[in-house]
Ligand binder design. Structure first.
Ligand SMILES: [Cu+2]
Length: 154
């Protein structure tokens, strides 16, 4: 015997799209920002986990706190450190990708008000299907190398 969805529920599911969005499958952790003095751009770092069977692609981010947010990759060639723009960063199926110093990062330009270590800044991550994931980033000092060790746990 077949199970039938009540008609009203079936219509709601169709109208809302049964397929989950990329953002529904992505979990962000260890989100932090390295704040530099003055009006220097700040790097934002986060670990993304994809719990779906399909890869998802991060295309960028935005924030009310910064005029511009760009997806960058740092690399070193011939002893020189440089940054390049990145269109998409793939989070593999059932896998992780880490944005971290000396690698992929979100570059935060032109803070609308000064951001200090200890502040929390919300960035909205955007994926290639247009879905978004609002994530709170902890601002850390210029000498920080990671998200720190919050004693409250995860
Ligand atoms: Cu950069």
């Amino acid at each position: 015997m077949k199970y039938r969805l009540p008609l009203v529920l079936a219509s709601l599911l169709l109208a809302g799209g049964v397929q989950a969005s990329a953002a529904d499958h992505v979990h962000a952790s260890h989100a932090w920002i390295r704040v530099l003095p003055g009006d220097l751009p700040a790097g934002a770092y986060v670990t993304l986990h994809n719990d779906s069977a399909q890869p998802v692609a991060l295309t960028g981010a935005s924030s009310a706190a910064y005029a511009e947010v760009m997806l960058h990759q740092s690399s070193t060639a011939g002893g020189m450190s440089r940054m390049s723009m990145v269109d998409t960063l793939t989070v593999p199926a059932h896998g992780d990708v880490a944005l971290a110093p000396a690698g992929y990062h979100l570059m935060l330009m032109k803070a609308k008000t000064p951001v200090k270590p200890g502040d929390t800044v919300r960035l909205t991550l955007t994926f290639s299907d247009g879905s978004t994931l609002a994530t709170d980033f902890l601002a850390r000092p210029a000498n920080a190398i990671d998200a720190g060790e919050p004693h409250a746990g995860h």
